[in-house]
Ligand binder design. Structure first.
Ligand SMILES: Nc1ncnc2c1ncn2[C@@H]1O[C@H](COP(=O)(O)OP(=O)(O)OP(=O)(O)O)[C@@H](O)[C@H]1O
Ligand SMILES: [Mg+2]
Length: 279
């Protein structure tokens, strides 16, 4: 369980808080999506959950965050990193080795994973992300999307209980983006890993995330089950957050017909709704 209580944070030498009065709970095994316009504080919240704030990025931190009972301020970054894996928005800053294999090896060795377990952990992580053939490649020969997948694989290899992904599909085409979300779904459902993902591709996010938090100007302006949040589609659009097109469609249909139609998140439900209206 992740519990964020009354968290405010101002980066060192800044005057304006990047987070203000954040309260949020994610149950163990939950799948939370975070959306919001640029500069809303999404990355800052991700850093705080992983403990990088306030351990690495210093500043004024108020409130408390606990991850599976570990307080992010009181615990060391080493202990936290065993629990929470994070894939940064800026993948380039995450990758430190010149070769793919070394990148995965680095984390596994640092975590003290026994030598005999390492090859299997590497293979498993690369296979899950769908890039087993890249194992012997140099990072410099990879595309942006491939690098993003390497960063994801190296975090997954460490088997965190909580996975924080900051715009993991930014460099990926639609097919690879869906692959990443399917991977997150299987990690979440099969291994019970708690997933927090910041994502601009709203349709994809709403299809997979069970919980949504909408951020604006350092605050959470809406949070709850995905469908409950999407009921407020107009409010989200006013913030510049696009809603899935099927959600907009169902909202317009509700307005036009005067019927109480629930917001749709996926195509199947939208199809059923439209068919129902045509009878
Ligand atoms: N390292 C930093 N030092 C100082 N201020 C920062 C730092 N990182 C972010 N900020 C500021 O904190 C606020 C929130 O930024 P943050 O990166 O968390 O937003 P975001 O929602 O992730 O935006 P984006 O969608 O562009 O990734 C912004 O005003 C930003 O300028
Ligand atoms: Mg960001």
């Amino acid at each position: 369980m992740i519990k964020v209580q009354d968290v405010s944070f101002t980066y060192k030498d800044e005057t304006h808080p990047a987070l203000e009065g954040i309260n949020l709970e994610v149950p163990e095994g939950g799948f939370l999506g975070i959306i919001g316009p640029a500069g809303a504080g999404k990355t800052t919240l991700a850093r705080a959950v992983a403990g990088i704030i306030p351990h690495h990025y210093t500043g004024d931190f108020y409130g408390s965050i606990t991850v599976n009972g570990l307080d992010t301020v009181d615990s060391s970054l080493i202990d936290l990193s065993r629990l929470v894996g994070i894939v940064f928005q800026d993948v380039e800053s995450q990758i430190i080795s010149p070769m793919v294999e070394d990148e995965l090896l680095y984390g596994l060795e640092n975590f003290g994973v026994p030598r005999e377990e390492i090859p299997e952990r590497m293979e498993d992580a690369l296979r899950r992300v769908g890039i087993p053939e890249l194992r012997d490649r140099s990072i410099s020969s990879l595309s942006g999307g491939q690098r993003q997948k390497v960063a994801i694989a190296s975090v997954i290899a460490l088997k965190p209980r909580v996975l924080v992904m900051d715009e993991p599909t930014g460099e990926l085409d639609p097919r690879s983006s869906r692959q990443v979300f399917s991977l997150l779904k299987s990690l979440n459902e099969d291994l019970g890993i708690t997933v927090i993902v910041i994502e601009q591709k709203i349709m994809l996010l709403c299809e997979f995330a069970r919980q949504l938090a909408v951020m604006n100007e350092g605050k959470i302006v809406r949070a709850g089950h995905t469908r409950e949040v999407l009921v407020h589609a107009e409010e989200l659009e006013a913030l510049g957050v696009n809603c899935p097109r099927v959600t907009t469609l169902s909202r317009l249909l509700a307005v036009k017909t005067g019927l109480e139609l629930p917001p749709c998140v996926d195509l199947d439900t939208a199809e059923r709704m439209v068919r129902g209206l045509m009878i």
